[in-house]
Design a protein around this ligand. Structure first.
Ligand code: PEP
Ligand code: MG
Length: 353
């Protein structure tokens, strides 16, 4: 069925972390990538070493040396993503690594890192101990990393922009439009701090290339404070993407990794009827989203908004996203067909209504 543009409201994007995921998503009809989790590009054994060197660096010079190893890997992956999507928008989220998932734990890996860094095993163990956090998901992750280590955002910006310029040069038929997404923002000044680094780095590279390239800088809305102050955040953000995994975790105040242990008692006692990490809690989390879209567009009418939490692939959540005026939903590649179907059904329902 052909729907008029007015009713073709909700686009399907997909979450893809690697060029392979992106090709899969494109084959399923995704019209862009709504979330590339860049830290996921480093799980491979051949790459994790450089990432660990970055995390465990002691000085700016050591960190920059590790980042110099990482930049070409990221650039080639970004080129693969832009090419796989053939000119559809690609949203690249800057690093958001819960540190405990990346620091080495086995003796063998610790020894390898010590060797690469020219440090003793005892010293590396001390660094690892100093990185320990009681609540890693609410710890030193997302944009907080860039506030502490601005050189990380500089490297990621360079990798994104150089990749976009290279793909644009190879494919004049595409309009490559990188969307740079800053995670875990809760305060507009935090976003501005990171955005200033991104814009300065990107504009210098584009000017030096002698060509033109458009890009956007936006943010995830995944901390309740960001939703509550969305009118302020939209002064700096060109787009919002709802990270409903974290937004659910922080709105309910329970951990996405631990809630499974006690939610069953909540279902048995009919306190909750479903897992709010799988199906969007439209009453609470949804209210924050609706408010954020309205406040954000009041400040910036052109603000485009999407969702990239797990809920982006869930039919009833997709219907809600359509109702509050989101522009797209993004989900993992294998959920793209069902998400497209749900978005079409939501549009038909809205047309009938
Ligand atoms: C989210 O929080 O919804 C999100 C997409 O980011 P992550 O799951 O990587 O925290
Ligand atoms: Mg998140």
């Amino acid at each position: 069925m052909e729907l008029s543009d007015k009713y073709k409201r909700l686009g399907v994007r997909t979450n893809a972390d690697t060029p392979k995921d992106a090709r899969q998503a494109a084959a399923f009809g995704a019209q862009g990538i709504g979330l590339c989790r860049t830290e996921h590009m480093f799980f491979e054994p051949a790459r994790i070493g450089a990432f660990r060197e970055m995390i465990c660096a002691e000085t700016v010079e050591e960190r920059e040396a590790a980042l110099a190893k990482i930049e070409p890997m990221q650039q080639s992956d970004f080129e693969g993503l832009f090419e796989a999507l053939g000119g559809y928008p690609v949203t690249i989220r800057f690093l958001d690594p819960p540190l405990h998932e990346f620091v080495p734990t086995s003796e063998e890996d610790i020894e390898a890192l010590a060797k690469a860094q020219g440090k003793s095993v005892a010293y590396i163990k001390q660094v690892i101990a100093s990185l320990h956090e009681f609540n890693p998901m609410m710890g030193h992750r997302g944009c907080r990393l860039t506030v502490t280590y601005p050189e990380i955002a500089k490297m990621q910006t360079a990798a994104v922009i150089k990749a976009a310029l290279a793909v644009q040069a190879r494919h004049s038929e595409y309009k490559v439009l990188p969307e740079i997404m800053i995670p875990l923002v809760g305060e507009v000044k935090e976003l501005k701090f990171v955005k200033d680094i991104v814009v300065k780095t990107a504009d210098e590279i584009i000017a030096a290339s002698g060509t033109k390239l458009e890009y956007e800088v936006g943010t995830m809305i995944e901390i309740p404070r960001a939703a509550l102050t969305a009118d302020e955040i939209a002064k700096e953000a060109e787009f919002f993407c709802f990270g409903t995994n974290d937004l659910t975790q922080m709105t309910f105040g329970f951990s996405r990794d631990d809630a499974g242990k006690f939610l069953k008692s909540y279902y048995d006692n009919k306190i909750y009827e479903f897992d709010p990490f799988a199906r969007l809690d439209t009453v609470g989390v949804g209210k924050l989203m609706d408010m954020a879209v309205t406040l954000g567009r009041k400040t910036r009418p052109s603000l485009h908004c999407g969702i990239c939490g797990e809920h982006g692939g869930d039919p009833s959540s997709i219907e809600f996203c359509d109702a509050i005026g989101l522009d797209y939903v993004s989900c993992s590649p294998f959920r793209v067909p069902i998400a497209r179907l749900s978005a079409a059904q939501a549009a038909i329902k809205a047309k009938k209504a």
